[in-house]
Design a binder for this molecule. Structure first.
Ligand code: APR
Length: 250
């Protein structure tokens, strides 16, 4: 029986995971695609319909905060109606098998936490958290009010903005440093559902390779990460991750 080419890579990925108790995972929009949340750069990606410049930069917010809030509230609404998918749940099961586990997500959709992952760090923020555009005060709230109610304001009087990292902004250094520290002692790094083109997150696969970790990618499309990892599983995360878990001894 011809072995499905993917079955070999699935087995190899499972072997790497079987042989370690310290796993680093980095996810991107692709892991939430099967929950119905649009990615950014795929065929129906958000950046094909909307311009980053108008929606995801500090300048865009200063120029037209109502438009930016309208777009984020549209995304919040899609996310609130979405549910974690088989890929998110597979990562929860993987976390439970590991002594040490760190999941760095570029996603702002909160689905890893909703699925039950405990050790998740949001390198690009969280779409449901707000931040004051002046004093930086943070507010966690899932109130999805329409933008016509009025723009949310901080107690200091300035406008609140989504607490997400926009283009041209820096990522939270404590999360970045925690990821680098974890990579120093991890055994395997799994990259799932990311196009690997947005820095500095895009630099992590190279760092993992240099640190001597076994590296796995799961993505139905080839990416720059595919070139450098030990195993690249060319499949959807909702299919591949449960498959990989099937090969792991209980
Ligand atoms: N399973 C796994 N991967 C998938 C799936 C799936 N079902 N569907 C699509 N993908 C892959 C695509 O092939 C693509 O490589 O997910 C990747 C999504 O890439 P992007 O849309 O670029 O998302 P991401 O890599 O997370 O973008 C990084 O860019 O716009 C900014 O801040 C935003 O966090 C985002 C960052």
């Amino acid at each position: 029986m011809a072995i499905d080419p993917n079955e070999n890579v699935i087995r190899r990925a499972a072997e790497f995971l079987q042989d370690t108790d310290s796993l680093f995972v980095m996810t991107g929009a692709g892991i939430s695609a099967e929950s119905g949340i649009p990615t950014f750069r795929g065929a129906n990606g958000l950046w094909r319909k909307y311009s980053v410049q108008d929606l995801a930069t500090p300048h865009a917010f200063a120029r037209n905060p109502a438009l930016v809030w309208e777009w984020y509230r549209w995304r919040q609404d899609i996310i609130l109606r979405a549910k974690p998918n088989a890929a998110h749940h597979a990562l929860v099961r993987l976390e439970r098998r590991m002594e040490n586990f760190l999941l760095l997500t570029q996603n702002v959709d909160d689905l890893h936490r909703r699925a039950g992952t405990r050790n998740v760090r949001e390198i690009h923020g969280n779409i449901f958290r707000k931040k004051c555009s002046r004093c930086g005060a943070k507010r966690d709230s899932k109130d999805v009010r329409s933008v016509k109610d009025s723009l949310p304001r901080c107690t200091c009087g300035a406008l609140l903005r989504p607490d997400v990292v926009w283009f041209g902004e820096i990522i939270p250094s404590e999360i970045w440093n925690e990821a680098l520290t974890f990579l120093r002692t991890a055994g395997v790094a799994l990259f799932c559902g990311t196009s690997g083109v947005v820095w500095p997150a895009a630099g992590i696969p190279e760092i993992a390779i240099r640190q001597g970790l076994k590296t796995i990618e799961v993505n139905p499309e080839p990416t720059p990460i595919s070139e450098i990892v030990h195993v690249s599983v060319r499949a959807k995360a909702g299919t591949a991750l449960p498959e990989i878990l099937r090969f792991l001894s209980h």
